[in-house]
Write a protein that binds this ligand. Structure first.
Ligand SMILES: O=C1O[C@H](COP(=O)(O)O)[C@@H](O)[C@H](O)[C@H]1O
Length: 276
C-alpha cells in the first residue's frame, strides 16, 4: 500500500441534476466493467444530498438493469449512529432510493451498526472493522482472519474497494471526519467512532482516511456554492487535518465530480491539466 496515489481528475457539470445523473451513469458503467473483469464489484457509499441523489439517479436510469446487483458488495464510508430505522441514517436513505428497488444479495450489504445494536459508536466501529477483516480474509483465503490485526493498519484487513464515493460538507468534512477533530488524525485503525460531531447527530461511525485511501478509485461528488471554499482549499493542497477533503486519494485515480457552483473556487491552474 506504499505506492503513490493515482492522478487527480476534475469534471465540472452545469447543475446538481446533471452531476447526479452523470455520476450515476459513471457508477453503472464502472460496476459493469468491474463485473466483466472480476465477476463481482465493490462500492463504498456516501450519504448526503448529492450522494443520495446519485443513488436515486442510478435507480431511475434505464441502464440500472444492466448491472448484476446480486454481485455488488456495498459498504458505507460513514453512518449516523442512530436507531436502524431512523430516516437520517445513510443506510436507510440508500435503502429507500436504491437498495430496495434492485436485487441485492443481503449478505453483500454491509451496513454500519446502529444505536439499538451497540452501546456506543466506538463499539459499532470495532465491529465494522471486524466485518471488513472477514471480507478481506474471504478475498485472500490463504490469510488467517484470527491473525489479522484490525487495530493497526494491516492492508490485508481491507477488502478491495473498486469505487468509494464521498461527499463533502461546507466545513470540508468527508465521511464523518471533521476538521481538527480526533477522527481525521487516526492512522492506526480502520474505522472510528466519532463523538461530538459538529453536524448532527453528534454520534457517528466513519472509515478512517487510510481506509478511504485504500480504494482503487475515490470519487468526490460535490454540489452547491456553500462547498466552493472547501473544494478550492482541498484542491489547492490544504492540510487534511484542517480540511479533511484534501486527504482522499485513490490508488488508481481520484475523480472530483462537481457542479458549477461547487467548482467556483477551483484553482485555475488545475483546469490546465495540472492536477495530476
Ligand atoms: O453528514 C454527512 O454529510 C456529508 C455531506 O453531506 P451534504 O448533505 O452536505 O452533501 C456526507 O458526505 C456524509 O456521508 C454524511 O454523513
Amino acid at each position: 500500500m506504499s505506492s503513490a496515489p493515482g492522478p487527480v481528475r476534475i469534471n465540472i457539470h452545469p447543475s446538481f441534476e446533471v452531476l447526479a445523473a452523470t455520476t450515476a451513469a459513471r457508477l453503472i458503467t464502472k460496476l459493469l466493467d468491474v463485473q466483466n473483469e472480476r465477476g463481482e464489484a465493490t462500492v463504498v457509499l456516501t450519504g448526503g444530498t448529492v450522494g443520495i441523489a446519485t443513488l436515486k439517479a442510478v435507480a431511475d436510469s434505464a441502464a440500472c438493469l444492466a448491472v448484476d446487483w446480486s454481485k455488488v458488495n456495498f459498504w458505507w464510508g460513514d453512518e449516523r449512529f442512530l436507531p436502524a430505522d431512523d430516516a437520517d441514517r445513510n443506510a436507510r436513505q440508500a435503502e429507500d432510493v436504491l437498495l430496495s428497488k434492485i436485487g441485492v444479495d443481503p449478505e453483500r450489504v454491509h451496513r454500519m451498526g446502529s444505536s439499538d445494536e451497540f452501546a456506543d459508536s466506538q463499539a459499532a466501529a470495532e465491529r465494522y472493522a471486524q466485518q471488513l477483516a472477514l471480507a478481506a480474509a474471504a478475498e485472500h483465503p490463504d490469510e488467517d482472519p484470527e491473525g489479522l490485526d484490525t487495530t493497526a493498519i494491516v492492508w490485508q484487513a481491507l477488502p478491495r474497494f473498486d469505487v468509494l464515493l464521498l461527499g463533502i460538507g461546507p466545513d470540508g468534512h468527508i465521511a464523518s471526519l471533521f476538521p481538527e477533530m480526533a477522527g481525521i488524525r487516526v492512522n492506526d485503525a480502520l474505522v472510528v467512532g466519532v463523538e461530538n460531531s459538529p453536524k448532527p447527530p453528534p454520534s457517528r461511525v466513519s472509515l478512517t482516511l487510510p481506509t478511504i485511501n485504500s480504494a482503487q478509485e475515490v470519487w468526490m461528488v460535490v454540489a452547491g456554492e456553500d462547498k466552493a471554499g472547501a473544494v478550492g482549499l482541498a484542491l489547492a493542497g490544504a492540510n487534511p487535518v484542517q480540511v479533511p477533503a484534501a486527504g482522499p486519494a485513490g490508488r488508481i485515480k481520484t475523480l472530483w465530480l462537481l457542479d458549477q457552483d461547487a467548482a467556483a473556487k477551483v484553482p485555475e491552474n488545475l483546469f490546465l491539466g495540472g492536477a495530476s
